[in-house]
Design a protein around this ligand. Structure first.
Ligand SMILES: *[C@@H]1O[C@H](CO)[C@@H](O)[C@H](O)[C@H]1NC(C)=O
Ligand SMILES: *[C@@H]1O[C@H](CO)[C@@H](O)[C@H](O)[C@H]1NC(C)=O
Ligand SMILES: *[C@@H]1O[C@H](CO)[C@@H](O)[C@H](O)[C@H]1NC(C)=O
Ligand SMILES: *[C@@H]1O[C@H](CO)[C@@H](O)[C@H](O)[C@H]1NC(C)=O
Ligand SMILES: *[C@@H]1O[C@H](CO)[C@@H](O)[C@H](O)[C@H]1NC(C)=O
Length: 456
């Protein structure tokens, strides 16, 4: 599926405001998530707003002004209100232009006010006729035109009633559908923090937010997500970092979803020389970034509160085995309901993934489990409820969670849960226990999925 065809709107309700006015006559909104697709369409009726009548009215207004100008030269001695008359007429024509140019203004247009102005106009011309004290064909025509314009306004209002009402009803229906969709998704969302289930059952369709904040599809190596154990006040924070090579130089933080979308970060951390990272599987946990330092090879923590760096060597972790699409990825940080983990392959385990639980305070390995997932064949791996899940490439648009290792029971199992991808290559697939979602950096795009656990 080409990326530009994926229209994704999140949060759902403000989506309506995004619909460009040009698309009003056939606006489709697609919202996907929770394994369900919600497609909502709204079509306007055939009879659309009578632009031709507005144009006619505009022409009439211009003609009127010209005629009035001619009359003014004749009637200058009766002056007084003529200047006001002219400027009123000008106002009126501006308002009619507004009618035509912007449906937003047109919605706000007060037809009653327009009609009152026309009536005043009519009275004014009547007065002029009186003062002239003779029958003037030009003024008679002017009078007729103004009368005609009143009729046009009446008709426009009728059109407005029927059209705008239909639009409003259709949009109300659309909004209702989207709300239902959202409710359905919420229903699918299991309890955050609840691990009383037998593992991942399914992964929703991808939610594609947008291209990375550098607006650069060449920035293929990086990641995005939310803090998996946010400090107070940072619950809605998002993070992002990427580069065109599997090297890590910087991280951006966004106060909330909207700021992420607007690419408006509240802070940026550039890694100082000698502290640069490699690979892409970094995460933010407890307001600290955990990443793999490039040289010397070790795990690093950047405390975002204090900007203090801490480093630890993991001597067992091999630098010979990386994930399928993620070069130089020797340490893969992951966080779940149970805390912080790091995944790596060892020479001892011949390239199979080892799960290590990290002691956050000491920033050291607490315990290790050796799995039988051979890392170079895996697309990526992540932890959820103490279980390591490994993926492998399926076809170009599908990745498969094929393996699970439960650290609580020390048991493994093979499984097949598909994950739909937009582009074949991705990095930094990780789970976030605060919203039970998977975050993926898919060829420079922010993608996320909701995870459905088997609670049967
Ligand atoms: C909206 O959806 C309908 C039905 O699926 C389709 O025929 C139409 O082309 C779509 N319009 C747009 C603008 O995508
Ligand atoms: C208007 O015309 C009437 C007769 O047609 C005349 O008696 C009156 O004086 C005129 N008034 C003005 C202001 O010219
Ligand atoms: C009134 O408007 C209609 C079209 O809206 C036009 O055909 C007609 O000639 C107009 N009448 C006058 C007196 O301008
Ligand atoms: C876990 O879920 C099962 C089935 O839904 C239920 O019978 C059991 O009581 C739950 N256990 C706990 C500790 O909530
Ligand atoms: C980060 O630094 C702050 C302030 O020194 C400290 O309170 C906090 O525990 C640190 N966080 C981590 C994850 O090390």
């Amino acid at each position: 599926m080409p990326l530009n065809l994926v229209l994704l709107l999140l949060p759902l309700s403000p989506a309506l405001a995004w619909l460009p006015v040009d698309d009003w006559d056939s606006a489709n909104v697609t919202a996907s998530g929770g394994g369900q697709d919600c497609v909502c369409s709204v079509f306007l009726p055939d009879s659309s707003f009578p632009v031709d009548r507005v144009q006619h009215m505009q022409q009439v207004t211009a003609d009127l002004r010209l005629e009035v100008e001619i009359q003014i030269s004749k009637l200058i001695r009766y002056g007084g209100r003529l200047d006001a008359f002219l400027s009123e007429l000008k106002d009126l024509s501006i308002r009619v232009v507004m009618l035509e140019s912007s449906p937003d203004n047109y919605v706000k247009l007060d037809f009653e006010l327009l009609r009152i102005e026309l009536r005043e106009f009519e009275a004014l011309v009547f007065q002029l006729k009186e003062s002239l004290n003779s029958s003037s064909p030009a003024l008679d025509a002017l009078f007729a035109e103004i009368h005609n314009m009143s009729l046009t306004v009446d008709q426009l209002e009728t059109f407005d009633r029927s059209n705008l009402l239909v639009i409003r009803i259709e949009f109300a229906k659309l909004q209702k559908k989207l709300e239902d969709c959202q409710k359905e998704q919420n229903l699918l969302k299991p309890d955050v923090g609840n691990c009383n289930h037998t593992g991942i059952m399914s992964i929703s369709k991808p939610m594609v937010l947008q291209i990375n904040a550098h607006l650069n599809p060449g920035y293929q190596y990086g990641g995005w997500g939310k803090d998996s154990k946010p400090v107070r006040g940072s619950e809605s924070m998002y993070w992002y970092g990427a580069y065109n090579k599997p090297a890590v130089y910087e991280f951006y933080l966004y106060s909330d979803y909207d700021k992420l979308i607007q690419r408006s970060s509240f802070t940026h951390h550039g890694l100082p020389q000698g502290y640069e990272g490699a690979g892409s599987n970094f995460v933010v946990h407890g307001n600290a970034v955990y990443y793999q330092a490039a040289d010397p090879f070790r795990m690093s923590k950047l405390n975002l509160t204090s900007s203090v760096y801490t480093h630890r060597h993991i001597t067992k972790a091999s630098q010979s085995f990386s994930y399928a699409y993620s070069p130089d990825q020797h340490l893969d940080f992951s966080a779940d309901e149970e805390g912080l983990w790091v995944l790596y392959a060892t020479e001892e385990a011949k390239g199979q993934l080892v799960v290590a639980k990290l002691d956050e305070a000491a920033f050291g390995v607490e315990e290790e489990w050796t799995t039988s997932a051979y890392k170079p064949l895996a697309g990526n791996a992540f932890m959820a409820c103490g279980v390591m899940y490994a993926t492998r490439p399926g076809d170009q648009n599908t990745e498969e969670i094929y393996y699970a290792y439960d650290t609580r029971t020390r048991t493994e199992r093979y499984m097949s849960v598909p994950i739909q991808k937009l582009q074949e290559r991705f990095v930094n697939l990780h789970y976030n226990p605060t919203d039970q979602r998977l975050y993926m950096y898919n060829s420079g795009y922010y993608v996320s999925y909701s995870v459905r656990f088997n609670t049967e």
